[in-house]
Design a protein around this ligand. Structure first.
Ligand SMILES: [Zn+2]
Length: 478
């Protein structure tokens, strides 16, 4: 019996998402990434005495958009609070956040294979600055460019039961953020950060076990590994008869382990009280409804629509709609060709392989969707074999703007279906393989494939394989 049979993993995720605004949440400083340290600061985001915050309306709009896309109820009145704690890169000594009256509550993200993960709450807050420990020997430096950057925190219910479900939830959440254009959702630049609350309980138990919080994970696969490692650690603790203590852990990807955060950094004894410098955030029902009608088609709806429209599988539709730009590409090509399955096969095979090898996005892909459709049209009409189509595809990658038909003709790849030309290749192969031909005629049908393959090779991929197959059978028997 494995640990997973005896114990149940329970995970809730807290995701911090940087909203795509030009300026910070409470001042007019720029949010651009990678500027010289402390360049984008002012008395408000430095927390200087007397400076007053002014709420950025665009941040409210994007936070509302996020909440609605997650199916949450956006509350007509929400409140800002001060979350008091000392942290070197938190110049005010408190963070402005939302506490007991958040912007939105109660949405969900469905998981594949049924089930859904509830969204407990979505609230707005400001980001802290950044401590830099490796720049000056023996000293830490602080960059406050990020202080005051608008965030939404998306807190899930403890509904996740496996590390792979956690990863799937994050992929779906990221797709929603990308479709709605509320955030770059870029983990490398810190615009999407994940903390995981992990606990373990005996299988079948109704109450939750003691949870530990894991921070510092900087990719979705790190989240998945960290959760699995923490599950094993808690199970080992419980099976030794010890108790799991509530603590904050850091994920160390290099050592594949979680370890307690230094207690000095951990002394977060949060005290919340209402933020006296900001009025309640009041949103009119009509304004909320207008934000709802602004929402684009969301990933799940698009996945279902493409499945229905083109008869592709749920899995394929999931891959093809993982990003909005990829879905646009697929839909344009599939619509033109009128054959969604053929396009799905090529996009998920050749196109994604090229993107992976080139570490590029679909926006950088050199073959426009219309040209891919034209290429597959040539396969459909029998003008090109699949092998020849792959060669044309390779040429199109190197010669953006070229047309498939022109390349096919120039490279001599147009499929030969005319018996006059095929027969000479077929007869040459029959003459060269007398033993296989004898056995084929005697009933060893599996020898047909290699013989057809030899003819295809002799023709440089130009022979029509169906016609070749018929001709080999016919002429071998003579
Ligand atoms: Zn500022």
């Amino acid at each position: 019996m494995s640990a997973h049979d005896r114990w149940e993993l329970v995970v809730g995720l807290e995701v911090h998402v940087q909203l795509k605004t030009q300026t910070k949440i409470f001042c007019g400083c720029s949010t651009s990434f990678g500027d010289a340290p402390n360049r984008n600061t002012c008395p408000v985001c430095l927390g200087l005495p007397g400076a007053l915050p002014v709420l950025n309306e665009r941040a409210v709009e994007l936070a509302t958009r996020t909440s609605l896309a997650l199916g949450c109820t956006v509350h007509p009145v929400s409140l800002f609070a001060r979350k008091n704690y000392f942290y070197p890169d938190l110049p005010k000594g408190y963070q402005i956040s939302q506490f007991d009256r958040p912007l939105a509550t109660g949405g969900a993200i469905p998981l594949p294979g049924g089930g859904a993960v509830g969204i407990t709450r979505v609230h707005m807050e400001e980001d802290a600055g950044k401590s830099i420990h490796d720049r000056f020997p023996g000293a830490s430096a602080i960059d406050l460019n990020r202080a005051g950057t608008p965030l939404v925190e998306i807190v899930s219910d403890p509904d996740l039961r496996s590390a792979s479900d956690a990863r799937e939830y994050l992929l779906r959440l990221k797709a929603i953020l990308e479709y709605t254009e509320v955030s770059d959702a870029n983990m490398e630049e810190g615009s999407l950060r994940v903390d995981a609350n992990v606990s373990v309980r005996p299988r079948g138990a109704a109450t939750l076990g003691m949870k530990a919080e894991i921070k510092n994970m900087n990719s979705f696969s790190a989240v998945e590994r960290a959760i699995e490692v923490e599950f094993e650690r808690q199970v080992a603790t419980l099976e030794r008869g010890e108790r799991v203590v509530s603590e904050t852990l850091l994920w160390d990807a290099a050592r594949n382990e979680v370890r307690p955060q230094r207690s000095k950094e951990e002394s977060h004894d949060y005290r919340y009280f209402p933020e006296p410098d900001l009025p309640p955030l009041v949103l009119e029902a009509a304004w909320i409804e207008a934000r709802r009608s602004d929402l684009p088609e969301l990933p799940l709806a698009r996945r279902e629509r493409l499945q229905r429209a083109f008869g592709i599988s749920e899995y394929d539709a999931g891959v093809l709609t993982a990003s909005r730009a990829l879905a646009d590409y697929y839909e344009a090509a599939a619509g033109q060709l009128g054959d969604g399955k053929a396009v799905a096969t090529w996009v998920m095979g050749e196109v994604l392989a090229w993107l992976n090898t080139s570490r590029a996005f679909i926006a950088d892909f050199p073959i426009p969707p219309g040209e891919l459709a034209s290429l597959l049209e040539l396969v459909k009409t029998g003008t090109l074999s699949r092998t020849a189509a792959r060669k044309v595809f390779d040429v199109l990658l190197r010669e953006p703007g070229a047309s498939s038909r022109m390349v096919a003709e120039r490279e001599g790849l147009v499929q030969v279906s005319d018996d006059g030309a095929l027969v000479s290749w077929v007869d040459a192969v029959i003459a060269a393989h007398p033993d296989e031909v004898r056995r084929l005629v005697a009933g060893e049908k599996k020898l047909l494939g290699p013989l057809v393959g030899a003819v295809m090779k002799a023709s440089g991929g130009r022979a029509d394989p169906r016609r070749v197959s018929a001709l080999v059978s016919e002429r071998a028997a003579r």
